[in-house]
Design a binder for this molecule. Structure first.
Ligand SMILES: Cc1cc2nc3c(=O)[nH]c(=O)nc-3n(C[C@H](O)[C@H](O)[C@H](O)COP(=O)(O)OP(=O)(O)OC[C@H]3O[C@@H](n4cnc5c(N)ncnc54)[C@H](O)[C@@H]3O)c2cc1C
Length: 396
């Protein structure tokens, strides 16, 4: 009987590993198929919002994350010429979350923590060097084919295989949206900006009509992100001179800070046409990608994985009809379009606004919101994605 076969999870990134943990906790066997020889160690997402930490806590992973990360209680909006325009304290969310802050912790730490929790669990198999080349939905089960020809049967298959998702492509699911013309450059430095910029919060967004940027602290490093115009060749952006100019614009005294990592990447706003097609499911970057302003992509992926596990587990156990999986699509795709895509696009537009009237309106809105406790609470519910989860729960 197909339902007794494991759920195949393609990709041992943060979303695949959270899905594995959440399904395993509900008694569903999983086989994780990861193309790489080991878990990725790439410097990528590093922001975990309050409700995501609540979910990770339920999976037994939050304490280790907190121990390896930085608790960032404040969020700041600044403008290059006018300094702080809004200063927010996540502590006001203590009435709705067990973790009223942002945790700054590299995503590769999460996958390792989950791997350690799962590796010896009965019913969990995590296979490396297992690149999935294709998959077939047989109606009563699925089959994944690895690059080396090995065939693996499962009850359902979850594509948690990143933005280029071979599972999404094999299922002919459109990835609708657009790509921004500029790329984003992330430069990491051990230089401590907090010692030199008065009252700097661990997460600070700077609006500027010429070149917005943000500063974000992770353990031992500050990460600075800048937009790079389309016409600048990739190679040039990765030179020391290019980094010096970017840091020098934050302040002339910062031009020579040492750079530890440089990452240039293309930024998209895309959502898969559906998150469920028969026995094929999508989550995380395979299902949606957005710009990183607000740290919503990775968090949204974790929310997908937890939502899906809550529905797939009763279906797998034969306690609910498979139509319950359509609710996963309606809820998670619904809020991805309504909330995450809209919010991340607005975040970018607020920081880069060239029209003086729009800049002034943004500054005034931030100042008024941070000065009013009720508005600040409402605003932080949105920033930390609690509102998007509440909205998802309202969708039938
Ligand atoms: C360069 C870069 C920088 C980023 N920086 C930020 C940031 O600063 N802030 C932020 O919020 N987000 C950032 N992101 C986005 C964030 O990293 C993603 O949202 C997050 O990794 C999504 O997790 P995921 O598990 O869905 O996918 P991924 O992390 O991409 O994991 C997918 C996994 O699937 C595996 N895989 C792929 N194909 C196959 C296959 N055929 N068979 C088996 N396995 C396969 C991959 O090896 C990988 O392990 C960044 C992304 C990139 C690319």
């Amino acid at each position: 009987m197909a339902e007794r076969k494991p759920v195949l999870i393609v990709g041992a990134g943060p979303v695949g590993m959270v899905a594995a943990a959440a399904l395993s906790r509900r008694g569903v066997p999983v086989t994780v198929l990861e193309a790489g020889a080991e878990l990725s160690g790439e410097m990528r997402g590093s922001t975990f919002h309050a409700p995501t930490l609540d979910m990770l806590d339920d999976l037994g992973a939050a304490q280790a994350m907190i121990a390896q990360g930085i608790v960032a209680p404040r969020l700041q909006y600044r403008s290059r010429d006018q300094g702080i325009v809004g200063d927010f304290d996540f502590g006001v969310l203590a009435d709705v979350t067990r973790h009223p802050y942002r945790l700054q912790c590299e995503q590769f730490k999460l996958t390792r923590i989950l791997y350690d929790l799962l590796r010896d669990k009965p019913g969990v198999s995590i296979r490396f060097n297992a690149r999935v080349a294709g998959c077939t939905d047989h109606g009563d089960g699925v089959e994944a084919v690895l690059e080396d020809g090995t065939r693996i049967e499962g009850s359902y298959i979850l594509g948690a295989d990143g933005a280029r998702s071979p599972i999404r492509k094999a299922s002919n699911i459109e990835f609708e949206g657009f790509t921004w013309p500029e790329r984003f450059l992330v430069l990491s430095t051990p230089f401590d900006f907090a010692e030199h910029i008065p009252d700097l919060a661990d997460v600070s967004y700077y609006a500027d009509p010429e070149e917005w940027f943000f500063l974000l602290r992770v353990p031992g490093l500050w990460r600075a992100m800048f937009p790079v115009a389309a016409e600048v060749p990739d190679e040039e952006t990765l030179t020391e001179a290019f980094g010096r100019i970017r840091f020098g614009r934050i302040g002339a005294q910062f031009a020579d800070v040492p750079v530890r990592h440089r990452t240039l990447y293309r930024v998209h706003q895309r959502v898969a046409k559906t998150f469920r097609l028969g026995r094929v499911l999508l989550a995380g970057d395979a299902a949606h990608i957005n710009n990183p302003l607000g740290g919503m992509g990775l968090n949204g992926g974790v929310h997908d994985a937890v939502n899906l596990a809550e529905r797939l587990a009763p279906v797998w156990h034969g306690e609910a009809a498979s139509e319950l999986l359509d609710q996963y699509d309606r809820q998670r795709r619904g809020v991805t379009v309504e909330h995450v895509q809209r919010q991340t696009i607005a975040n970018k537009q607020n920081l880069e606004a060239k029209d003086p009237e729009a800049q002034r309106a943004f500054r005034e809105r931030m100042a008024a919101t941070s000065a009013d406790p009720a508005r600040a609470h409402e605003f932080l519910l949105g920033v930390s994605m609690i509102s998007s989860l509440r909205r998802a729960a309202e969708i039938a």
